[in-house]
Design a protein around this ligand. Sequence first.
Ligand SMILES: Cc1cc2nc3c(=O)[nH]c(=O)nc-3n(C[C@H](O)[C@H](O)[C@H](O)COP(=O)(O)OP(=O)(O)OC[C@H]3O[C@@H](n4cnc5c(N)ncnc54)[C@H](O)[C@@H]3O)c2cc1C
Length: 388
Amino acid sequence: MVNKVAIIGAGLGGLSVAIALRKQGINAQIYEKARLLRPVGAGLSLVPNGLHSLEAIAPGITELLKAAGSQTQKLKLHKSNGELIGQKSVRLQEKYGQPMLQIRWSRLQEILASQLPPEAIHLDHRCINFEQNDQRVQICFEGKKTVQADVLIGADGINSVVRQTLIGDGDPDYAGRMSWRAVLKYSHEKLLPHEVMSMTASDGKIFGFFDLGSGYVFWSAASLCPDGFLAESPTDVKSRIQEKFSGWAEPVQEILAATDAEDIVERPICDRPPLQNWSQGRVTLLGDAAHPMVPLLGQGANTAFEDAWELAQHLNDAPSISAALANYENSRKPRTQIIQIRNAVGAKRAYKADSETYLAKMMQQAQLSDAEFEEWLYSHKPSVVNSP
Ligand SMILES: Cc1cc2nc3c(=O)[nH]c(=O)nc-3n(C[C@H](O)[C@H](O)[C@H](O)COP(=O)(O)OP(=O)(O)OC[C@H]3O[C@@H](n4cnc5c(N)ncnc54)[C@H](O)[C@@H]3O)c2cc1C
C-alpha cells in the first residue's frame, strides 16, 4: 500500500506525476531545489501524445492550455536568406484529437502548479542522495534535512542526482550544439498567427519563430559549437547569437535586437543513451532523469507526461511497490527508447552503443518513414492499467 510518494523536482514531469498521484488519493510531495518556481524563459510545443496524457491526468486541463497558447496550423521552412523551401498545414487535431500547441513555459508550469495544493511543493530542498530498505526510502537534502516516503521518484532532470545514486552513469553527453531561447512581445509582417517559421542553413544552424498568441513570440536558435562553453554574461550571450546569425534574413537580427539580453536562455544540448533499467526497489525515474533526448522532435516534456500518467496508474494498481515500478518501467522503456533513438538518428548523434538490442532498434526505427513514425508517435493514448 502506497501512502506517501516523494518526488524530486518541480519541473513539468514532477508536477504532472504529483497531480496524477494525488488524483488517486496518494499523498505526493514534491521537493525542489530552487527557492522560487522560476520559469524558464522559453516556449514549448505540446503535441497529441503529451496532451492526451495531460487530459487523462487532469480532465479539462487541455482547454486551459489551449486558451493560454496558440494552436499551430502551418509550418514554414526557409533558407537563411529568406527563400521559402516549403510549407505544410498541420492537421493533428483532426487526425489525433489534439493539436500542436505552442505555449509559454511559465504558463504551462503555472497551470500545472495550480492543480496542486501549495503545501505539496517544498522549495529550497536540494536532494543530495537517498537510502532505501524493505520498509521505506529516506531522502537526504542539503542542510541535513531528511524525509521518509514509501516511494521515491527522481524527476530531477538530465543531471538527476537520484539517477546518479541509483545508477551512477556520470554526466550526460554533450551533443555538440548550443541552444538559445527567449519569449517576447513582438510583431513582424513575416510572423503570422498560428504559424511556426523556421530558417536553416547548411552549416547546421537553425532559427525558429513560434507564435504563442496574445502578441507573444518564442524564438529558438541552435548552432554547432564543438567546445560547448557558456558565455560569461547576458550581453556576451546576445552578442554571440547576433554574430552567429549575422547575414540571416529578417526578422532574425530584428528580433534579437528587440530581445532583452537577460531574457535569453543559453543551454548546451545534451542527451544520454537509453538505459537498460531505471527502477530499483522503491525508487524510480521519470522524464529527462530516465530518458533524456536531444530536442529534435520536441518530445522530452510530452513523454514525461506519458510517464506521469502510467506511473500513477501502476502505483495505484499493482500488488506491491516493486511490481508497480517494474510494470511502469517495462511499459515505458520500449516506447521512450524508440523516441530517444529516433531523436539521436535525426540529430546524427553517435552513441557508444553497448547492446545488440539497442543497435537493432536503432536500425529498425531509422527505416520508418517520417509519416509512419508520426502516426506511431501521436496516436499513443493513455490507457487504464488493470493488474492481472
Ligand atoms: C532547446 C530545448 C527545446 C525543447 N523543446 C521541447 C518541446 O518543444 N517539447 C517538449 O516536449 N520538450 C522540449 N524540450 C525538452 C523538455 O524541456 C524536457 O524534456 C522537460 O523539461 C523534462 O522535464 P523534467 O520534469 O523531466 O525535467 P526538468 O524540466 O529539467 O525539471 C527538473 C526539475 O528538478 C529540479 N532539480 C534538479 N536537481 C534537483 C535536486 N538535486 N534536488 C531537487 N530538485 C532538483 C530542477 O530545478 C527542475 O525544476 C526541449 C529542451 C530543450 C533544451
